[in-house]
Design a protein around this ligand. Structure first.
Ligand SMILES: *Cc1c(COP(=O)(O)O)cnc(C)c1O
Length: 405
């Protein structure tokens, strides 16, 4: 399909609705069709190996490419202002593909010391088993990144704001270090979304999203994506997406396309609610500390203002006895779900205990790393994904528990 050039100078919400979507040429259907077919009737000269596949070849087999998945990839590329996008079955599918493609035996990579737990655990164990050296660094500390660079550093991997601390990393500053080191910079931008931050424009080479979170937005479809330059991603598509096979189901792509159409509106509503709730929590006597990038009390509020045009809907907070309060939340909340995941229209809350996480997922080596963790998380935090319910109802639900402790 030809790109719709009316979108070139359009606003974010117009792009979110129209990019990647066209009236169906056969039926004139206005909404995207869902194409579940695994195979496509082809011509006698079609190749059988993905080796010779070109990006604009006709569809052959849905693991190689699928019309509904392509529509989603095109919409995401327009929104992130990226040349191209590859969708995966989950955020972790995207992250694994990127690491396996960018790194080989003998290489070195720098990875955020606090990041999505599955990535942290994979880079503690599985990736080093492939003779790839990983250094875990607090990437909010630019000097620490500079010191960690080695001659064989090929990739710097950051997450901002990071899960679960909501600690930020200055993308433009890290991009400069990466360029000097001739390493690629990958940014997991799941917590911000492109309406807030466009890492590619700040010098990153790859952007990753878990589509399961804000971009899909409704808690009903796992998905992930890598965005970047065509020259970097064409080979990645063949080697990892198509050969390793962790591709996105067309049904999930269709659900995510539908969620994505309203994401700028949703993000503004998430932010508005989150700010109200962060302010409520900050005043509540049972709450010891609130971390929200949109609050002046966030230790990196200045960077947040510079780097995030929308502060998103993620809050963390500490109370005196986190474990006991978690039990009360799980039992007494009537609107907010006590559950993992985030970025859904529904509010979700979950308790993360520091001692447990520092054993299973995050392995620090310096006192400075422990100090930074303690500064943001203390003994443990509630990770609160503020949903789109009416703010007063969310506050009343929290009050059911917090007013009693
Ligand atoms: C959830 C999440 C992931 C993993 O995504 P899945 O879709 O669950 O595989 C990666 N990064 C961040 C920041 C996340 O929040």
């Amino acid at each position: 399909m030809k790109k719709n050039d009316a979108l070139d100078n359009a606003g974010e919400q117009t792009k979110a609705i129209h990019a990647g979507e066209y009236p169906d040429p056969v039926t004139n259907a206005s909404s995207p069709n869902l194409v579940m077919s695994t195979t496509f009737v082809t011509s006698a000269d079609a190749g059988f190996s993905v080796e010779g596949m070109r990006e604009d070849d006709p569809f052959l087999y849905s693991r190689w490419g699928n019309p509904t998945v392509h529509q989603l990839e095109e919409k995401l590329s327009v929104l992130e202002e990226a040349e191209t996008a590859i969708a995966f079955a989950s955020g972790m599918g995207a992250i694994t593909a990127l690491l396996l493609h960018q790194l080989k035996g003998g290489d070195h990579a720098i990875v955020s010391d606090v990041a999505y737990a599955a990535l942290s655990e994979m880079t503690n164990e599985m990736i080093p088993q492939l003779d790839i050296e990983i250094t875990k660094v607090d990437t909010s500390d630019i000097t620490a990144i500079e010191h960690a660079v080695k001659p064989n550093t090929r990739l710097i991997y950051i997450e901002t704001p990071c899960n679960p601390l909501l600690r930020l990393t200055d993308i433009a500053a890290v991009a400069k270090i990466a360029r000097r080191a001739k390493a690629k910079l990958a940014v997991d931008s799941t917590f911000t979304t492109p309406i807030a931050t466009k890492p590619l424009a700040l010098g990153a080479d790859f952007v990753i999203h878990s589509l399961t979170k804000y971009l899909g937005g409704h808690g009903d479809a796992l998905g992930g994506v890598i965005l970047g330059r065509t020259e970097d991603l064409a080979l990645l598509r063949k080697k990892t997406a198509i050969r390793l096979g962790g591709v996105l189901s067309p049904f999930n792509a269709w659900l995510i396309l539908r969620g994505l159409a309203t994401y700028p509106i949703r993000m503004r509503a998430h932010e508005e609610n989150a700010l109200k709730i962060a302010q409520y929590l900050e005043k509540h006597p049972a709450v010891k500390r609130v971390i929200y990038p949109g609050l002046p009390s966030h230790p990196q509020h200045e960077l947040a203002k510079r780097q995030m045009k929308n502060f998103s809907g993620m809050i963390t907070f500490q109370v005196e006895d986190g474990k006991k309060t978690a039990t009360l939340f799980a039992k007494d909340l009537k609107i907010i779900h006590y559950a993992v995941s985030l970025g859904h229209h529904r509010s979700l809350i979950f308790y993360l205990n520091s001692d447990d996480l520092l054993k299973t997922s995050f392995k620090f080596t310096t006192q400075k790393q422990f100090d930074s963790w303690n500064d943001f998380a203390g003994k443990g935090i509630f990770r609160f994904s503020v949903g789109l319910e009416d703010a007063d109802d969310i506050i009343a639900d929290l009050g059911r528990v917090l007013d009693k402790i």
